[in-house]
Design a protein. Structure first.
Lengths: 205, 205
């Protein structure tokens, strides 16, 4: 279900994706070494050995390249979530897996490779389409878990589903949004587990 | 109970506080117009009509002045909380008042006067003593509300008190921490109310 890489805006040129992927991979490596904010398309072209014109055949701007990198990172997080959910034994277990997989993978992707944090933060703060689609997909998965738990009797049904969903997205935010997550790295994993437990207590029938 | 203004570090000089307060008031006005980060003690001295030496008689650094301003702002938030709690009719009502008063006052203080956000953010991100004491006091007030609710039977008692407290502090964080709050201004007041309701559902016996 790694479908957000298809919705990235600002991509153009031939449909064969091989060369586009080559540029994205090279750009990802370059940005992860030198940072996104400080690099221009000219710097990037020089460093990765493509002409600037060639890059512009595939991407209309630096942001379009950044979006493609983001979409690939966020897609990897979603794939990890789907994989983990497949082994879930109940809605409660699935909620724990869902939240923990997102946080573990976000922390690893954005901070193990600190320079990619740069792109993730800009993407999130400026609401790029890759971030917006990612959050929409996260909310869809959460809604499915909540519905399953309501049907099985694990979760309460009095609160309107959209309110429950919105409030959970809100309390997950400091562990998902890169600019906020950086302040919470030192409370991982306990802080995240504590919030997971709080949410599950709030869902009790 | 506005006692955090007494713990500010880096303050020195005579005990009479009148002149120190004068400097703090003038500095607050100056910072709110020109920003904290960009102003030096020399700029400040020139602008508010005291000599640099005179300012250093009372404060050992720019940060010490910033801390005093922060302590005064955060003290005002705590005073508003205490005032609102005095009218609380139950632990549930007190929790709602507690959380809402903090968020409303933080949003007003830091963002109505956007330039003061500057100091508040640095104070929080760098864990100045004014911020640390403020959070400790907020946690004390929360603990008292939780205890009251556990005693009256409004709140569940199975979860260890410190875990309940820590997880609630964690979900309140994006509405209290200035660097995070700036991303949530557009979901106020509904997002805060939704989280308040989620917390109260999690506290149900």
């Amino acid at each position: 279900m790694n479908d957000i890489s298809d919705i990235t805006t600002g991509i153009r040129g031939p449909v064969e994706t091989y060369k586009r992927d080559q540029i994205v991979d090279a750009a990802k490596e370059h940005f992860s070494l030198y940072g996104y904010a400080k690099t221009t398309v000219s710097d990037l072209a020089k460093a990765i050995g493509f002409s600037k014109g060639y890059i512009y055949k595939f991407f209309e701007s630096k942001q379009a390249i950044g979006e493609a990198i983001c979409a690939s990172c966020l897609g990897a997080i979603l794939a990890a979530v789907e994989e983990s959910l497949a082994d879930g034994t109940s809605a409660t277990d699935k909620f724990r897996r869902f939240f923990k997989t997102i946080v573990d993978n976000s922390a690893e992707l954005f901070f193990a490779d600190r320079k990619l944090y740069d792109i993730a933060a800009v993407s999130s703060d400026e609401k790029w389409s890759s971030s917006v689609s990612y959050l929409a997909r996260v909310e869809e998965i959460l809604t499915a878990i909540l519905l399953e738990g309501r049907q099985s009797g694990e979760f309460e049904r009095k609160t309107p589903l959209d309110e429950t969903c919105r409030s959970i997205m809100q309390v997950m935010q400091p562990f998902m949004q890169p600019t906020m997550l950086q302040f919470n790295l030192d409370v991982l994993p306990d802080g995240q587990t504590a919030v997971s437990n709080l949410v599950l207590r709030s869902l009790a029938p």
